[in-house]
Design a protein. Sequence first.
Length: 614
Amino acid sequence: MIIFLLAFLILCGFLSYIHMADQWKALSGKPTEERKMMPEVPGLKPANPPVLPAPQKADASPAFSKMLPQRPRKHFRRGPPHLQIRAPNTDSKAGTQGDTKERAAAPGDAHQKENTQRTIISWRGAVIEPEQGTGLPLRRAEAPAKPSPLVTRIQKEPALLNERQEGVIEAFRHAWKGYRQFAWGHDELRPVSRSFSEWFGLGLTLIDALDTMWILGLKQEFEEARTWVSQKLNFKKDVDVNLFESTIRILGGLLSTYHLSGDRLFLRKAKDFGNRLMPAFMTPSKIPYSDVNIGTGVAHPPQWTSDSTVSEVTSIQLEFRELSRLTGVKKFQEAAEEVTRHVHHLSGKKDGLVPMFINTHSGSFTHLGVFTLGARADSYYEYLLKQWIQGGKQETQLLEDYLAAIEGIKTHLVRHSEPNKLTFIGELTHDRFSAKMDHLVCFLPGTLALGVHHGLPADHMELARALMETCYQMNRQMETGLSPEIVHFNLYPPTDNLDVKVKPADRHNLLRPETVESLFYLYRTTGDRKYQDWGWEILQSFNKYTRVPSGGYTSINNVQNPHKPEPRDKMESFFLGETLKYLYLLFSDDQNLLSLDTYVFNTEAHPLPIWALS
Ligand code: DMJ
């Protein structure tokens, strides 16, 4: 009897074990795909990281000299594609555009031969439905936008490309080749190790590069990326994003791509993403937190402080305002403009200059007395001007703050270096001047020139030209021809002939756009071809010292050592979103290619329409 009972109990235990094991397997198997998608953000490591081909050592030869672009060919016609305006596509409306076309080589398949013949795909970004597209802008978020003739005009008139534009296209293709092969759908390419890195886990480079592909006329690449957005981009993820960075790159990228392509997929994605960012504004002061979890809707400041960065909270307005205008949903614009109004009235400024931090509880500036045009303050100034332009030059408070700030800059931060008297922008710490200038500050000559283009005082242009020369010299005086992250200017005659000194910790170059961004504005507004020549020199330096043979470009550690620039193994998304786009536009002689009278570029180089006066 006892033996029988024991045997029965063992049998029952065995059967229930099999049943439970099946359930465990089902439970742990289900989220596998989700885990693969999880970003590698601090404190949120994927349990099961995506499988990649084992990284191989790339030829990290410092000179990369064999990889210099071939002498570009003579003029020939290309550029933005001829597009057919088709009848509305039901597929597109449903948000499930077929994307059924076969491809010989799937992106991210590192084993696939690059020269595999691919099926020619049609250009579908052109589906422009009568009720969609770039709106004739309204000043306020009162109604959804109407279609704009701008979109079709850009597409119908292929530009005459010159050799230098061809050089940019070649560089873009090389960068894209690396991203496509080794980092497809991930945030950033690590070109040397032929792998990728994640920041938000949202395909950052792909989204940042969408409108660049459109502008450069890279149909096939655009279409393939669009398919990824349609099928794989999912914002329903338990992941923290930085409000500012994701706004300027993702929201800005989606909105501008919608405007250029007229494809509502991008607007739908932008609206979804914008909604997920909104919890960031739920703070006691309405000054948004730096981070927000787009899956859970929980927003928070950085771990070490309840402060936000001033440039971050004041450089999301172009995008949120435009999102409201397009969707008719007012909350985006209202939340962003509340911040602008609040900062406008705050004390703690010095002749229009703002501190670098602001507290999300009290709403006051913190760390008072420190003023810079570099990191943490830079785009506050840029967005004052650009919002004023975006809104049809109606919002005089923005203009007043901008003009006051430029006077503050002239009074407190502008100096001249020795021996060559380069005009530069330094920093102020409790009334002590420091001759330190971030490369980030090189956005300023372009912004000043843009203001003059829109009717602001002509003396701003003098400062713009002088600063442009300085930013060029920050590149030129380096052995690689590429600017370091930070320079210090000599205020007294040095023993050598150089105006610029670089500290060992500041010698890196992250493929940033600011110098070429300003060159674009200076060329557009003056027509002086030397700015194109300077941009061409910089592109050649990128090709010589940062290009990775197997695909992609890399940040480098030492711009002063042409023999050993030390690749950092990362291609930032803004290299495709901004640097190459601005170079392409700089080399164009077509003033109507994204005219400064029609578009305003956000701080990540995504063009948004200027609202027409109603
Ligand atoms: C970009 O994300 C934007 O240009 C931003 O305004 C500053 N930093 C990078 C480029 O340097």
